[in-house]
Structures are given as structure tokens and as C-alpha cells.
Design a protein around this ligand. Structure first.
Ligand code: AHR
Length: 633
């Protein structure tokens, strides 16, 4: 993470007279000894789904695109025929044979002419290339069979797009006439890091070769097999996320019932996962399946917030409550058993067999997604049916409804907000007066949508204003998550504008909104304290939380105005010492970060003056988001 640290610079907290010309001061009075409400320990977390190439071509580190040879009207995309020298071959999809019943099609290569020096084969171009680094091992595998053992060995190579040079190569044994998996490792030497590379599989004899499930992985976070990209996992870790909501979003529902996230088809060996169409216009490999979501939680110490399919898909297809819905309810019960059950349960034992002996802890389960879009009005009945069945077996689980219900009070209600910054400035106090006797609130998706592919500074200001409201009301709001989280910024990578973290094949960056999230989640107390504000405060937003055992106060201060805000911060008779501050600011609302300019707007840390007192005169810079830590003395 890039943070600018100026140990003695205290720009943001300079006495007002030094930094800017003096205007009428706004006074913020803080009663540090008057707790108001407990802060939810799970307030800030992550919401993800397969959108914007978040997993395939994103977090999930697989380098081979369309590794299962899925065919569309455009053919087998991302795979091309290789005929070196005078080699001759034909490439087609064979729907009659594949490495498993789940993957029952394959790539068929009929080699009419080839020799050791003039090989024929196929190449894969990856997700906008393949990122290769110096002295790095890439682990791969493929399934293959041949019409006869005479076909000879299969050569696997990484080749530079622009140089045509082989960067790393390995030779596998001659495939037999039955399907078998072959593993290989490709190690690069001293090379300049680049994404302009592709993978070639070729043979030097005539005959027929069938290929299935071709895979290649770079080193992954925590060295997990079938794991995640290191740079993106590190960026997520820096957000201190308390939970992960998965698998969607629309991705849970699918456009059609047959295209929902069917968790049973996403577990076990990759070769047994049939893959499925996602609602975001591309096909999902399901390499990041149910167990991988849970392991992702484990890696970042997040609570899983599991969304179960609840009988509604987006093309207005729904399942009627009652007998029709029963198989879906049972499927959710099986899923909960897979996640939480011991090895003595049917689905717990399957999880153990899949490589995870320990059950996962689960508190929250969401029933569906955005069921307010279901025009049939069936959600009340569907939620009630899931609720009854799940509570009967798991009474402690908290069940989240995806819309307000009339007939019953759900444990938690999921509210979604996609707005402009002005709306968030107006709405920062939205939850201040909400009745506390209703359901707890999960703000399961929210974002200020300004800027693409990632938010600009105005969006970050809107987000920060909104987050002050989330913090202030976190007795009611148990969890909140920005969405969407990830976007591949390559052409065609984005389906939804304004996403928190951008990346291409080689690198990633955080938007200003990302840094605002990092700042808010990094320093948060266990309860809010009483406070009041007096004087002019246009576009000024704040929240104050206290870490009781450590006697630390965290002030989140947002000045969304184009002018500086002179601020008098008063602690009454309490004595405090400013310890440190982190400032995120920009010269213009449209300023932003990008893949080629990733550090234009990053948090600047400053150490405090360490002057003990009970009143401090500060000026908040224009367009600024700031977190100040005070220690009680
Ligand atoms: O975050 C993008 C989409 O917005 C989600 O899939 C859906 O739940 C919401 O409508």
C-alpha cells in the first residue's frame, strides 16, 4: 500500500491562522465520557460477485481464459490454431468426449503434418495477456487423450507476443487413448515483467489430440492451490474487512433459474464443475466456488455472509412458495450443512473430502437478492418458508431479508443504495432517526456512482459523508459494504460503472473511495460518543467513535466543500492529546487515480502535535477526508 508519510508534517491540523485566512469557525463539541451507542464490530466488510471480471480475469488467479473450451456463436474464444513451419492441423470442438461428465466437450486437434521442429497445436491468449515475472514458477495442468500413443509428447510453452520467443517450456508424456490429467511447471528466467504473453500446447507427430481443462496459475496469496491474486488480496486485507457477502448480487440469482449460482456444481475437483453463464454477459469458470469463497474468508479473517438462492431469477422467473420451493429450501439446508457441518454429516463429510476438515463459523445468511424486483410479490412467502426451515435446524443464524416485509419482522434487512454524491450529502443522516425496534440493517450494497471505471474524488467525498452516517448508526446497521468491489479496466472488462478497485493483467490500484474505506475501517472504536456542532458547516460531515480500553478517540471529518473549514474542536473539561492524522484530499472533485496514475490521491499520514489540551483550532482543507486520533489524558 502506498501511503505518503510525513512524520512531522501536520498540514491538515495546522492552526487555522497559519494555513488559511480566518473565517467564522464551526465548533464541534465532543463529550468523550458520554457513550451513545455500541459500534457494530462487523460494520465494514466486502460485497463481491462475478461482475467486471472480478474473479475470472481478476481475483481468481487462473491465467488461461476459457480453459474448458466453452463454445459460443463466435467459436472457441481465446484459443487459436498453431501451425509452425510447414505443420498442418485442424482445430474443432468435440461435443462427444471430455475429461468428465461435467466437462463433456473438448478441443480436438487433427494434426495432418508435423515434426519435432515444426509443431502443430493451439494457443491461449489469457485474460488480456498473461502476466509473467522474472524467476517465477507457474504451475499448470491439462487433461488429454490421443487416438494413439504415437502422437508423442505434448510441449507446453509460454511465448512472448511481440518477440515470438519461448520464455519457459516443459514437455509432458505422450497422452494415452484415455483421458488423464498432466501437471507441469514453467519457470521463467531473468525477464522484464510483461503481460504480452501466451500459452502454447503443441505436438510434433501426426494424429489426433483432445484437450480439456487447461490451467495455469502464478504464485497465489497464501500459496493456495487454485488460489487468488496476491496484489488484490493485499488490497482487500488493507480494508480490514469484517465480513464477505457472497456470491451475489445478481450473480446469485442468474437471469434464469437454470443459470443461478448452483453451489453444488461449484465444489470438488475443477474437472467436476460444469461452469455456468453469469448474468454479466460472460461465462463463469466456477473455479472460485463455494469452498474458495470460504477459504477467502479464512485468509482475510472475515465472517462469511452467505447468500442462498431463494427462488427468484432476474428475467421475472420465480418459484412459488410451498411444494415447488421445497427443493430449493433443501438445497440451502444442504449448503448450510456443507459450510458448518461436522464430518459426521453428509455435506460436512463432502467438505472434508474437498480438503477442509474444519467447519466454518456462520452467523448471517441472506435469503435471495433484491427480491423487490420480483413483480409476482412472492418474496414474503418464500422468505417465510426459508426462515421456518432454517431456524428449525439452525436457531442461532441471523436471516437477512432482501426487502422490507409486511407480514413478519426479519432478523436483518438488506438496504441497497447507488447514488450521486449530492444524494449522499443530503442523506448522510438517513439512519439517524430510523426506529430501533425494527429489524437490524445490513447496507449490503452501496456506492456513490461518479467516475468510471473507478470513483473520482467527488464520489469519495459522497462515500465518506455516507460512512459517517453508517458509523453513527452502527447500533442499528450491523454491516455495510461498498459494491461493486472490483473491475478489470481492460477494454470490455467493465459491466458496471464506478467500482472500488481497478486492475489489469499486471497491476492494480485503489480509487480515492478505496482509500476512504481503508481510512474509515482502520480506526474505529467500540462505541459512539455524544457530540454537537454549531456554526456554519456546509458540506461538513463527521462521526466520532471511542476505543474504550485504549482510551482513544477517532474523529472522521469530511469537508466536501470547495473552501477550507475553520473548525474549533472542543472536548469540554476532558484533556486529550492529538496523536496522529490521516488526510485524503484533492484539488478538484474530478481528480482521481487510474491504472497508469495509481497514486495521485493517497492518504497522507502525519504525527500529532502531542500538545495536551481540551480545545483545538484546526482548518479542514477543501475537498478533504480526515481521520484524527486523540488519546485521552
Ligand atoms: O452491484 C451490482 C448489482 O447491483 C448487484 O449485482 C445487484 O444486487 C444490484 O442491483
Amino acid at each position: 500500500m502506498i501511503w505518503k508519510t510525513f512524520a512531522t508534517l501536520w498540514v491538515a491540523l495546522l492552526p487555522a491562522t497559519l494555513a488559511y485566512s480566518q473565517a467564522a469557525a464551526t465548533t464541534l463539541t465532543i463529550h468523550a465520557d458520554e457513550p451513545i451507542a455500541a459500534v457494530s464490530p462487523t460494520l465494514f466488510g466486502l460485497m463481491t460477485e462475478e461482475i467486471n471480471f472480478s474473479y475470472d480475469g481478476g481475483l481468481y488467479a487462473e491465467m488461461v481464459r476459457n480453459r474448458t473450451f466453452h463454445q459460443t456463436w463466435e467459436g472457441v474464444r481465446y484459443w487459436y490454431l498453431v501451425e509452425n513451419g510447414d505443420a498442418q492441423a485442424k482445430m474443432s470442438v468435440d461435443r462427444g468426449t471430455g475429461p468428465s461428465s461435467a466437462l463433456n466437450t473438448s478441443l480436438r486437434l487433427d494434426v495432418e503434418k508435423a515434426d519435432e521442429h515444426n509443431q502443430a497445436g493451439t494457443l491461449n491468449v489469457g485474460y488480456w495477456g498473461m502476466a509473467l515475472h522474472s524467476a517465477t514458477s507457474y504451475k499448470g495442468s491439462y487433461y488429454a487423450k490421443a487416438d494413439s500413443a504415437d502422437l508423442g509428447p505434448v510441449t507446453v510453452s509460454l511465448v512472448g507476443d511481440n518477440t515470438g520467443k519461448i520464455i519457459a517450456t516443459a514437455t509432458g508424456p505422450a497422452p494415452t487413448t484415455t483421458w488423464k490429467k498432466y501437471d507441469f511447471t514453467l519457470k521463467t528466467g531473468a525477464i522484464a515483467a510483461s503481460a504480452s504473453n501466451h500459452l502454447v500446447l503443441s505436438v510434433g507427430h501426426t494424429g489426433t489430440l483432445w484437450l480439456g481443462l487447461v490451467s495455469l496459475f502464478p504464485p497465489t496469496f497464501h500459496d493456495r492451490e487454485n488460489g487468488n491474486r496476491i496484489d488484490l488480496m493485499e488490497k482487500l486485507a488493507a480494508m480490514h474487512p469484517a465480513f464477505l457477502r457472497f456470491p451475489g448480487g445478481n450473480y446469485l440469482e442468474g437471469d434464469h433459474i437454470a443459470e443461478r449460482f448452483e453451489w453444488k456444481k461449484t465444489i470438488g475437483p475443477l474437472v467436476d464443475r460444469p461452469t455456468h453463464p453469469s448474468p454479466w454477459s460472460y461465462h463463469s469458470s466456477d473455479g472460485l466456488g463455494l469452498l474458495e469463497f470460504l477459504e477467502w474468508c479464512e485468509d482475510l479473517k472475515m465472517h462469511p455472509v452467505l447468500a442462498v438462492y431463494a427462488g427468484y431469477s432476474m428475467a421475472q422467473e420465480h418459484v412459488n412458495p410451498g411444494a415447488d420451493l421445497e427443493p430449493y429450501v433443501q438445497d440451502a439446508l444442504d449448503e448450510l450443512e456443507y459450510v458448518t457441518g461436522g464430518s459426521d454429516t453428509k455435506w460436512g463429510a463432502i467438505r472434508v473430502q474437498n480438503g477442509h476438515p474444519q467447519p466454518f463459523e456462520l452467523t448471517y445468511v441472506e435469503i435471495g437478492n433484491e427480491d423487490n424486483f420480483d413483480k409476482s410479490g412472492s418474496y414474503e412467502g418464500r422468505y417465510a418458508q426459508f426462515y421456518k426451515a432454517i431456524k428449525a435446524k439452525y436457531p442461532d443464524l441471523q436471516l437477512i431479508a432482501t426487502m422490507p416485509l409486511k407480514g413478519m419482522k426479519p432478523d436483518v434487512q438488506d438496504d441497497h443504495y447507488y447514488v450521486r454524491a449530492t444524494q449522499n450529502f443530503k442523506d448522510a443522516h438517513h439512519y439517524d432517526k430510523v426506529d430501533r425496534s425494527g429489524p437490524k440493517i445490513f447496507v449490503g450494497e452501496w456506492a456513490t456512482r461518479e467516475g468510471l471505471p473507478t470513483p473520482d474524488f467527488n464520489a469519495a467525498l459522497g462515500d465518506a459523508a455516507w460512512m459517517t452516517g453508517l458509523e453513527r448508526n452502527s447500533d442499528l446497521i450491523v454491516m455495510a459494504a461498498y459494491a461493486p468491489l472490483l473491475v478489470n479496466v481492460n477494454p470490455g472488462g467493465m459491466q458496471w460503472e464506478t467500482d472500488l478497485i481497478g486492475y489489469n493483467t499486471m497491476k492494480s490500484y485503489g480509487s480515492p473511495s478505496y482509500y476512504a474505506q481503508v481510512m474509515f475501517a482502520s480506526l474505529i472504536g467500540d462505541h459512539t460518543v455524544a457530540s454537537s456542532v454549531e456554526g456554519p458547516s456546509p458540506k461538513f460531515f463527521y462521526s466520532i467513535t471511542k476505543n474504550t480500553p485504549k482510551k482513544l478517540l477517532y474523529l472522521k471529518l469530511v469537508n466536501a466543500s470547495s473552501t477550507p473549514l475553520p473548525l474549533q474542536i472542543s472536548f469540554g473539561s476532558n484533556k486529550v492529546m492529538p496523536e496522529k492524522s490521516t488526510l485524503l484530499t484533492a484539488k478538484d472533485t474530478r481528480a482521481t487515480n487510474s491504472i497508469d496514475d495509481p497514486n495521485r490521491i493517497v492518504p497522507v499520514e502525519s504525527s500529532g502535535t502531542h500538545a495536551i489540551g481540551s480545545s483545538f483550532s484546526r482548518t479542514l482543507p477543501p475537498y478533504s477526508i480526515q481521520v484524527i486520533q486523540y488519546e485521552e489524558r
